[in-house]
Design a protein around this ligand. Structure first.
Ligand code: HEC
Length: 160
C-alpha cells in the first residue's frame, strides 16, 4: 500500500529535484570552467610574457657581464674599440650586422678560437686570440650583447 503511493511520490520528488540539482550542477561546472579558462589565460599570459622577454633582451648576469667587460678590454678593445665602436684595425660591434640574428653567439666563438677571414669590411684578417676557452668567450659575448641591447641593437632588420 505504501509502496505504490510512495513510488510516484518519490519519482515526483526526484524529477522535481533533478532540474534544481542539475541547475546548480551546471552553475558549478560554469564556475569551474571559468576558473580553469581564466587560469589558462593567466598562465598563457605569463608564458608569452617570459618568452618575449627572452626573445628581446635576455636577463643577464651582471657578474658575467663585468667579467666579460674585463676580458674584452684586455683582448678585444685594442681593435674593436673600448666603446665597441671599432678602431682602424677592427670593426664596431655596435652595428646591426653584429646583432644576434646576423652574427650569433657562435660567430664570436669561431672568431676568437679560429680567427676571421674578412667578409664585411676592409680591416684585414682577425687572427685567433690565444688563451681563451669557450666559457671565457661566452662571458665576452654576454658583455657585448648587453652593450648592444643598451644601444638598441637587438636584430639586423636586413638579415633573415
Ligand atoms: C688585432 C685586431 C683584433 C683583435 C685583437 C680582435 N679582433 Fe675581432 N676582428 C678583427 C677584424 C679585422 C675582424 C674582421 C672584420 C671583417 O669581417 O671584415 C674581426 C671580426 C670579429 C668578429 C666577426 C666575426 C664574423 O663572423 O664576421 C667577431 C665576433 C670578433 N672579431 C670578435 C672578437 C673578440 C671577442 C675579440 C677579443 C677576444 C677580438 N675579436 C679581438 C680584429 C680584431
Amino acid at each position: 500500500m505504501a509502496r505504490p503511493k510512495n513510488r510516484p511520490h518519490a519519482r515526483r520528488r526526484s524529477t522535481g529535484a533533478a532540474p534544481a540539482a542539475s541547475g546548480s550542477g551546471r552553475k558549478w561546472v560554469w564556475i569551474l570552467g571559468s576558473v580553469i579558462v581564466g587560469g589558462g589565460v593567466i598562465a598563457l599570459g605569463l608564458l608569452s610574457g617570459s618568452q618575449s622577454r627572452t626573445a628581446s633582451a635576455a636577463v643577464r648576469d651582471p657578474v658575467e657581464i663585468a667579467l666579460g667587460a674585463e676580458l674584452y678590454s684586455a683582448s678585444c678593445a685594442v681593435c674593436h674599440g673600448s666603446d665597441l665602436e671599432g678602431t682602424d684595425t677592427g670593426p664596431p660591434f655596435l652595428n646591426t650586422i653584429y646583432a644576434p640574428n646576423h652574427h650569433a653567439d657562435e660567430a664570436f666563438q669561431r672568431a676568437v678560437l679560429g680567427g676571421v677571414v674578412p667578409h664585411h669590411w676592409n680591416y684585414g684578417i682577425m687572427a685567433p686570440v690565444d688563451g681563451f676557452d669557450r666559457d671565457e668567450v661566452a662571458v665576452i659575448v654576454e658583455f657585448v650583447r648587453s652593450e648592444q641591447e643598451a644601444a638598441g641593437i637587438i636584430r639586423d632588420p636586413s638579415h633573415p
